[in-house]
Design a protein around this ligand. Structure first.
Ligand code: GDP
Ligand code: IMO
Ligand code: MG
Length: 425
């Protein structure tokens, strides 16, 4: 398999974990390059369900190598908890199958507190973050005052930097009622974490370059989705990293010239968790999904907001990411519906838009233009063995999505298990 980037084409939770797991069979190295433990990637494998937050989904395959790249922000405590959870599920993790970049930034307790504090200060304008300290960690990175994995080796540097950051955080947090952070406690926690993680920390770019030179296949496991991207998303209702395809390169040290394929993952409808614009959101549709036990967040358990497929959002995402293919998941979520809507454009100030507006204020004034297609109320897609056995209306629906997005559909998900993935010819 060539070197492939998997990227979310909506607002995250598109089913990237499942698609990565499906494609891992033909890959050698699975790489995370941005985001942190705000991600929650579900992989269902036989009767086991795994939720990956920081560790690439490839870890479930014993013979594959996994890399957490320089662009990822790593909460060491969360990473160790993830080691333990996966260990209890029978997954062996060692420096033989996992490497952590020495340049990755650390998410520490003050980042988590600052995340909650900033959110509480926003009142009705909350972003609805995952509360994992992601934004404040990337702030430190951009402000050039972060702590990186390699710094754990230098106690003198670490003591000085921690003292400075904790003092700064305590001054910001003093009116919040939170207990003041103590340098000693964080230092000890970090020393313990360092002992556990040290064998995994290395210079990961040369390893990746060597793998490419040997003709091995890299699979980049994108986290979040295009509309949570710090530049291209529904700013400020976004995360703090580059979630689009380019982020895979900067966040791993692999050149864009080494990438052969970009696969954009989208649901057959749309979901979003957290606040921010979502034009095709539909309360009745959301209730239906939640009633079926679907669409609860893998990281926070929050109900996801749900709505119709939006080809303005997903089509533009295909262009932004240079997608060769779409992987469309959760088609089975539409089973049983009489009629299905697709948003084909936005009406805005007398104009028709096929690219989303820049400002959230303008998203509020956009009206979706819908096309209604017949559903397949009597024949389920769940359990379908191949594309040709899908109901005709489901195939027409897929064709219309591909046409509107200007991108061929290669994979279709009709269930959460990796086996429930259909390949289009
Ligand atoms: P990710 O963050 O993009 O990896 O996606 P999540 O794991 O957060 O959310 C996707 C949800 O959809 C999970 O519960 C998956 O098990 C589930 N899923 C993925 N593909 C399919 C599919 O084709 N059908 C069904 N029924 N569930 C799917
Ligand atoms: P995966 O990889 C869905 C959302 C949060 C919030 C915004 C900012 O599982 O697709 P943050 O904690 O990053 O500062 O929150 O981004 N968000 C996600 N939504 N899936 C994710 O990851 C997300 N990671 C962050 O809900 O709206
Ligand atoms: Mg998720």
């Amino acid at each position: 398999m060539p070197n492939t980037i998997i990227v979310g084409a909506q607002w995250g939770d598109e089913g990237k974990g499942k698609i990565v797991d499906y494609l891992t069979e033909n890959a050698d190295v699975i790489v995370r390059a941005q985001g942190g433990n705000n991600a929650g990637h579900t992989v269902i494998h036989g009767d086991q369900k795994y939720i990956l937050h920081l560790i690439p989904s490839g870890i479930l395959w014993p013979e594959k190598k996994c890399v957490i790249g320089n662009g990822v922000v790593i909460d060491p405590a969360a990473l160790i908890t993830e080691f333990e959870t996966l260990g209890k599920q029978g997954i062996a993790i060692s420096p033989d199958n996992l490497a952590i970049s020495d340049r990755a930034h650390l998410t520490l307790p003050y980042h988590r507190l600052l995340d909650s504090y900033r959110e509480s200060g926003l009142g009705g304008k909350k972003i609805g973050t995952t509360g994992r300290g992601i934004g404040p960690t990337y702030v430190d990175k951009a402000e050039r005052s972060g702590i990186r994995m390699a710094d754990l080796e230098d106690q003198e540097f670490l003591d000085a930097r921690l003292a400075e950051k904790i003092d700064q955080a305590n001054r910001i947090l003093k009116d919040s009622g939170a207990e003041a952070l103590k340098l000693e406690t964080i230092k000890v926690e970090l020393q313990t974490a360092h002992q556990r993680l040290a064998p995994f920390i290395r210079e990961t770019t040369s390893f990746l370059h060597q793998q490419i030179a040997e003709g091995k296949s890299l699979l980049f496991e994108g986290a979040q989705g295009t509309y949570l991207d710090i530049d291209h998303g529904t700013y400020p209702f976004v995360t703090s990293s580059s979630t689009t395809a380019g982020g895979a390169c900067t966040g791993s040290g692999v050149s864009p010239r080494a990438i052969d394929n970009v696969t954009a993952v989208a649901k057959a409808y749309t979901t979003r968790v957290g606040a921010g614009p979502f034009i095709t959101e539909n309360a009745e549709f959301s209730d239906r999904m939640h009633g079926m036990g679907r669409e609860f967040g893998a990281t926070t358990g929050r109900k996801r907001r749900c709505g119709w497929f939006d080809s303005v959002v997903t089509g533009h995402a295909c262009r932004l990411n240079g997608a060769d293919h779409l992987a469309l998941t959760n088609l089975d979520g539409l089973d049983g519906m009489e009629k299905i809507k697709i948003c084909t454009a936005y009406r805005f100030n007398g104009e028709v838009l096929t690219t989303p507006p820049a400002r959230v204020e303008d998203w509020k004034d956009c009206e979706p233009v819908y096309e209604t297609l017949p559903g397949w109320p009597d024949t389920a897609t769940a359990g379908a063995a191949n594309i040709s056995s899908l109901p005709e209306n489901a195939r027409t629906y897929l064709d219309r999505i591909a046409e509107l997005c200007g991108c061929p559909i290669k994979l279709v998900g009709v269930g959460p298990d990796r086996k429930e993935t259909l390949v289009c010819d």
